[in-house]
Design a protein around this ligand. Structure first.
Ligand code: FES
Length: 287
């Protein structure tokens, strides 16, 4: 019988690789404690070896700016990202940290029949909604301040504003979609009508001498400087899928609702404030 070729069955996609691990873990879970502990110790030893090798590799690459840039590019690959996250060599994204903080208070909320939902992440603010028995409960304000705010701010110090929202915002004809832009002063400029921004897509334009990219999902619009946080190159030609844009130059990925960079969470797109009045989109540039 011919020997099996390992390359013939080798997987290279993240779902397939993780699926193989899950299947093996399911088998190990049925074993007696002694062999199960041996496998677990073996797994930890391999993890420690790989983690240390990756740490040394990153330490060396960091000393070379070109290599550092290439490393950031490599992190856009989902398998590379997953392994580096597993070894805690990449910071969790802001969304991950906020969700983890909310998960830490869920048991407390569940014991009162309630829950919390993350409605929006728009640094430096997030919006959360209490649901179940917590919604409308007289003690919910206390729950909110004592539990949720503390949990989020402990792990996300960059979030300075945590807003409790109730249901959908009333439609008063004016929507401040990006109130997290840095500039609080400045002039609102009408820039286009809503339908001139493609649904789920980007419209690039120049406003007050600045190149910007507007993104629309239904009537919600965000506006960012048309400059990738990697090398500052224009991002508007990048492919957009489900609100995520991939920079056409080296593949950095950004969430277009918040500007958060999914590739290198320590950077983000520079936001400008946007509001929609009737059909008109207005932008206030961040200075
Ligand atoms: S990923 Fe390099 S400029 Fe955008």
């Amino acid at each position: 019988m011919a020997a099996s070729d390992p390359a013939a069955t080798r997987r290279d996609d993240l779902a397939g690789l993780l699926g193989d691990l899950e299947r093996l873990e399911t088998i190990f879970a049925t074993w007696d404690e002694v062999p199960r502990s041996a496998v677990e110790a073996y797994r930890r030893a391999i993890d420690a070896l790989h983690g240390e090798a990756l740490r040394r590799l990153i330490r060396t690459l960091r000393t070379n700016p070109a290599a550092l840039a290439a490393m950031k590019e490599a992190v856009a690959d989902d398998v590379v990202y997953a392994v580096l996250r597993h070894h805690e060599l990449i910071k969790p994204s802001l969304n991950e940290r906020v969700e983890a903080a909310l998960a830490s208070v869920r048991p407390m909320l569940a014991s009162h029949g309630g829950d919390v939902r993350l409605a929006r992440v728009a640094p430096p603010a997030i919006e959360v909604q209490l649901t179940g028995a917590c919604d409308g409960c007289a003690a919910s304000a206390l729950t909110f301040h004592a539990g949720i705010k503390k949990a989020v701010q402990e792990v996300c110090p960059e979030i300075t504003d945590i807003v409790q929202v109730k249901g959908l915002a009333p439609d008063n004809g004016v929507r401040f979609v990006s109130p997290f832009a840095l500039g609080q002063n400045g002039t609102w400029r009408p820039v286009c009508v809503l339908s001139e921004i493609p649904e789920g897509g980007i419209r690039a334009m120049e406003i007050g001498g600045q190149r910007v990219a507007l993104f629309r999902r239904d009537t919600a619009v965000t506006c960012f400087q048309d400059a990738c946080a990697h090398l500052g190159l224009a991002i508007h030609d990048g492919e957009v899928e489900n609100g995520i844009i991939t920079c056409p130059h080296h593949g950095f990925r950004y969430d277009l609702t918040s500007g958060e960079c999914l590739t290198a969470p320590e950077v983000q797109l520079q936001p400008h404030a946007v509001r929609v009045i009737g059909d008109w989109v207005e932008v206030r540039l961040t200075t």
